[in-house]
Design a binder for this molecule. Sequence first.
Ligand code: PEP
Length: 246
Amino acid sequence: MKNIIVANWKMNPQTYQEAEDLIKNILEGIKDLNNTEVVICPPFTWLTDFSHKNEAQILFGAQNVFHKESGAFTGEISPLMLKNSKVDYVILGHSERRKYFGETNELINQKIKSSLSVGLKVIFCVGENEGENKEEVLVSQITEGLQGISEKDLGNITVAYEPVWAIGTGKNCGIEETQDAVASIKKIIEKLYSQNASEVLAVLYGGSVKSENSGDYLKDGGVNGLLVGGASLKAEEFIKIVKSAE
Ligand code: PEP
C-alpha cells in the first residue's frame, strides 16, 4: 500500500491566483514520486478547474458532498458531479463539519454510501474531543458511519484518525497514543467485518502535522499516511511532508 498524504485546504486561499500558485509550487517540488499518493482538497471554487487539468502527480478531493443524486437541493453538490469532474476523493466526517454544520454519524453514513456508489474514494474522519472517551467515540463513529457498508467497499475507504483537540492547535497526538488509536480502529473494523478486513484499510493520522513530525508518524505511528490542514497551505512545508513519506 502506498502512503497517502492528503492536503485539506479548508476555506483557503481567497483568490484563484493564490490557489494556482500553490498547486504549481507543490507540483514543482514533488516530481517522480514512487511511494506516495498525494491528494489535494481545495475549496469547490478552485477544485474542478484543477481536477479537469489532470495533473499526473496529484489526485484531487472535495472537502464535502451532499448525499442525494440530483434535484432541488439549493447550494449542494452531488457525488456524481464530483466523479464527472475527475475528482477522486471526498473528505467526510471532518470534525469541523460535525461541529459547525451539525453533521451526525447518520448523515455521514448516507454521504459515505452515496459517494462509494459512484466510485469516489472516501477519507472518513473520526476522533474524540478533549476529555471524551476515545474508545467509545471511535466505536460509535465507525459503527454508525459504516452502517450497511460491505466489506468489499473497505478498499475505497481511508479512515483518518484526527483527535479534535489536535486539529489546528499545535498540540500533537503522541506516537504511542496514535499507535493505540490505529490499533483500536483496526479492531473495531475486524469486529464489524472479518478478521482480515483491516488489511485493505488505510489509516491516516491528522492533527497539527508539520514537516518536523510527519516522518515520526509515518515511521512509528502505524499509519499509512497523513491528513494535513494548516501546513498544506505552505508549498515548501507540504513538499517536505510529502518527501518524508517517500
Ligand atoms: C485537518 O483539518 O484535518 C487538520 C488536521 O488540520 P491541521 O493540520 O491544521 O491540524
